[in-house]
Design a protein around this ligand. Structure first.
Ligand code: AKG
Length: 278
């Protein structure tokens, strides 16, 4: 665990059994099979006004996804009538952000005794679950999770990223800059004041990072990667023909922590952030 504090990330192999990973993948297949395609994907796009509606619809769909199970798509997977032009199961790049709240299988793995014991070992007293997502594969430029999930003080957020398949450099493993969680953050993703053109915006700039500093973290199916909220990480495109599915959720030590009201993700009276410990 000391290594987690030094490096800002930690790989623990064999966290889930392979059959538990398969069950989570099967469950996701069913969820995707039954999904409602969001309205903004169905808008026919022929005028500037349509384009605006589509952009607004997609921003709204995102910002209200914190307490729901919603679907985020790859580019160019719908025709102009909103019909799939690729198989449904290949159209989605991410499902989020409250699988842990609405789906029994994902709830159960999020609150499993092994997760709870691990988090207890790290010394968290009142951890709560902020968000969860099933990641089919997204290419992510260098970032720190605290940019999106900001707290005062910093250092209270951790990602738990579970490989549901073998993850290699070829199919897009995570890359980290060891020790980069010690210098704060320089960019925030915030809700904008009412009446603004967009619902969210970035404030500040991501720093430029020397690509040589990143190290890859391949992990076998069932392994977990713990991600400190401020560690700089990225993932490259999956250039192989082997899929790379992962289930990830973020937790926060809620004791003596202020969750920023500017964060895009906000708890609601109906759905406050649930305690990780059950
Ligand atoms: C994150 O959850 O912060 C990630 O960077 C995940 C990226 C990935 O799964 O490729």
């Amino acid at each position: 665990m000391c290594q987690f504090m030094d490096d800002g990330f930690l790989v623990l192999e064999g966290f889930l059994d392979p059959d538990e990973c398969d069950a989570l993948r099967e469950r996701m297949k069913e969820i995707v099979e039954k999904m409602d395609v969001p309205k903004h994907c169905r808008i026919q796009f022929s005028t500037d006004h349509d384009e605006q509606l589509k952009t607004q619809g997609s921003a709204d769909y995102f910002i209200t996804s914190g307490d729901k199970i919603r679907f985020f798509f790859e580019k160019d997977v719908f025709d102009d009538k909103g019909e799939f032009i690729v198989p449904k199961e290949l159209s989605v790049n991410k499902v989020g952000h409250a699988l842990h709240a609405h789906d029994a299988s994902y709830k159960s793995v999020t609150h499993s005794p092994s997760v709870q014991n691990l988090v207890k070992k790290l010394g968290l007293e009142n951890p709560v679950v902020l968000q969860s997502m099933y990641i089919f594969k997204v290419e992510l430029t260098p970032h720190q999770d605290a940019t999106f999930l900001y707290t005062e003080p910093l250092g209270r957020v951790m990602g738990v990223w579970i490989a549901l398949e073998d993850v290699t450099q070829q199919n897009g493993c995570l890359w980290f800059i060891p020790g980069s969680h010690k210098n704060g953050i320089t960019r925030r993703f915030v809700r904008t004041p009412q009446g603004s053109d967009s619902l969210t915006d970035f404030v500040g700039q991501e720093q430029k990072y020397d690509s040589e500093l990143f190290i890859p973290t391949p992990v076998r199916k069932g392994g977990v990667v713990l991600i400190h909220g401020e560690v700089v990480h990225q993932s490259a495109q999956n250039t192989s023909n082997v899929s790379r599915h992962a289930y990830a959720f973020h937790i926060m030590e809620s004791k003596n922590t202020r969750w920023s009201p500017d964060n895009w993700l906000q708890p609601t009276p109906e759905q406050p952030f649930p305690s990780l410990y059950t």
